[in-house]
Write a protein that binds this ligand. Structure first.
Ligand SMILES: C[S@@+](CC[C@H](N)C(=O)[O-])C[C@H]1O[C@@H](n2cnc3c(N)ncnc32)[C@H](O)[C@@H]1O
Length: 275
């Protein structure tokens, strides 16, 4: 919806380029930012293409980059997008509705062992085997309701009393797989560092431990002059630090912000500065 862009344009005199892989996100943001024209441009692109998108504006280095990962409140509240386990809709989950397989395409064709891997790696779902087996038995699965009810059945009545909805981890994992979220994040982080001018800053907001771990490890490694294993006495890795960490621990929303915006409770912000 352009909320971060609005805050940046309000507080800085810079030019801003906003990228979203979801074409439907751009009109909302364009309306919201009108009063800052012509200081901003919005493009329907993956942030994986940030270097090319910036070069199209003649920018070969930038002062700051913000990656706000995952899905938006609008996407989850729009049943036809298939992101919500609480609203019934087609099991889609693609950020870019014009390309790639939907969640249903993948789930109905994948091997059960592949589903187990995805639920474990991207959702850390402890009951991944039982859920994959139930999916295998019930296919084809076409709707979000069908999938969330299946997961609830597998996890049992007790799981409904847990802090998070029983289908949270399954939906998170499938969404991350369908959109290759971790693959894109891992490839884009080094590109972002190269695009920053010296002293420029990269800020990343993540919403769960799986993606935060990728950001944390990348920032740790990029800020070290040696990445040899600890048992090595003499360094021969030739690694040179490209950033310094501005935040050691992630910045979390405080209670006042959480009261105003409950979704901020799981947000973690990490920042580095290019050397
Ligand atoms: C948490 S929301 C960000 C909202 C944004 N910061 C704002 O204030 O409007 C995440 C957004 O990232 C988009 N997104 C997900 N993967 C992307 C990618 N690889 N490239 C560009 N945008 C992506 C989603 O479509 C979604 O709109």
């Amino acid at each position: 919806m352009g909320g971060h862009s609005e805050a940046l344009l309000e507080h800085c005199t810079h030019q801003l380029l906003g990228l979203d892989r979801d074409a439907a996100a751009l009109p909302h943001a364009t309306d919201r930012l009108q009063k800052y024209a012509p200081r901003f441009q919005l493009k329907h692109r993956s942030y994986l293409d940030m270097v090319a998108a910036a070069a199209e504006l003649g920018w070969h280095e930038v002062d700051g980059i913000l990656l706000d990962l995952g899905f938006s409140s609008v996407q989850v509240a729009t049943p036809v997008r298939g992101f919500s386990f609480q609203l019934d809709g087609p099991l889609d989950m693609r950020y870019d509705c014009a390309s790639g397989d939907t969640a249903a395409d993948w789930l109905n064709a994948a091997r059960e062992s592949e589903i187990v891997q995805v639920l474990l790696a991207y959702g850390e779902e402890p009951q991944s085997r039982a859920i994959a087996r139930a999916i295998g038995a019930e296919r084809p699965i076409h709707t979000t309701k069908q999938l969330s009810e299946l997961v609830e059945r597998v996890k049992g009545a007790g799981s409904r009393r847990a802090k998070i909805h029983p289908a949270t981890r399954t939906f998170q994992a499938i969404r991350m797989f369908v959109n290759d979220e971790l693959g894109i994040l891992k490839k884009a982080l080094p590109q972002a560092i190269r695009l920053l001018r010296t002293g420029g800053r990269l800020a990343v907001i993540s919403f769960h431990s799986v993606e935060d771990r990728v950001v944390k490890r990348f920032f740790q490694e990029a800020s070290r002059n040696c990445i040899c294993p600890p048992e090595k006495l003499l360094c021969d890795c030739g690694h040179v630090a490209t950033v310094k960490r501005v935040t050691r621990k992630p910045i979390r929303a405080q209670s006042r912000e959480i009261a105003r915006n409950p979704r901020s409770r799981s947000a973690r912000l990490r920042v580095v500065e290019a050397l």
